[in-house]
Design a protein around this ligand. Structure first.
Ligand code: CA
Ligand code: CA
Length: 160
């Protein structure tokens, strides 16, 4: 398991997205609510709801340039992911710049199922100029071929 300093680097080149329930439309803006997915190792993965609360949701909303979270949503209420579960037992204080700075069980280490995937509802007055940069980044990542590299955690750069 890596310490916080080691993960600071990863937090700069990974990203988070929200998948609204029953939505197939590609939005021109970031949804304010949805299942949380984190891009790591070329794969969009989810977060388990063990110990997930509003403080963790605040950090995710702020990563997406929303001011704060209104709710942390547990038990797969925003639908279930299909691939990796990247985070479990997330313990954020709420003021971290990234969930990679929060205490957790270790990336990819969990005792969960996808019916435990978390979602968030974020307060809907975002910094729109900053969100445009995130949207561009997410759309680039969506085009990245997903591949697993053994059991190791390697982060795909959006610029590669
Ligand atoms: Ca927590
Ligand atoms: Ca757990």
């Amino acid at each position: 398991m890596c310490n916080v300093d080691n993960w600071t680097f990863f937090s700069l080149i990974t990203t988070v997205r929200l998948i609204p329930h029953n939505s197939s439309a590609v939005s021109a803006r970031i949804p304010t609510e949805g299942r949380v997915e984190i891009f790591l190792n070329g794969i969009w993965g989810t977060i388990c709801d063990d110990w997930f609360d509003i403080k963790d949701a605040h950090v995710i909303c702020k990563m997406l340039k929303f001011p704060r979270a209104l709710a942390a949503v547990n038990r797969g209420m925003f639908g279930e992911g299909t691939d990796q579960i990247w985070f479990d037992d997330l313990h954020c204080h709420g003021n971290e710049s990234s969930i990679f700075r929060c205490r957790h069980s270790g990336v990819g280490i969990h005792n969960c199922h996808h019916y435990e995937d978390v979602g968030v509802i974020c307060q809907d007055n975002a910094s729109l100029p900053e969100q445009r940069g995130i949207l561009k980044n997410i759309s680039q990542l969506n085009g990245v071929q997903t591949k697993k590299i053994g059991s190791s955690i390697q982060v795909s750069h959006a610029s590669q």
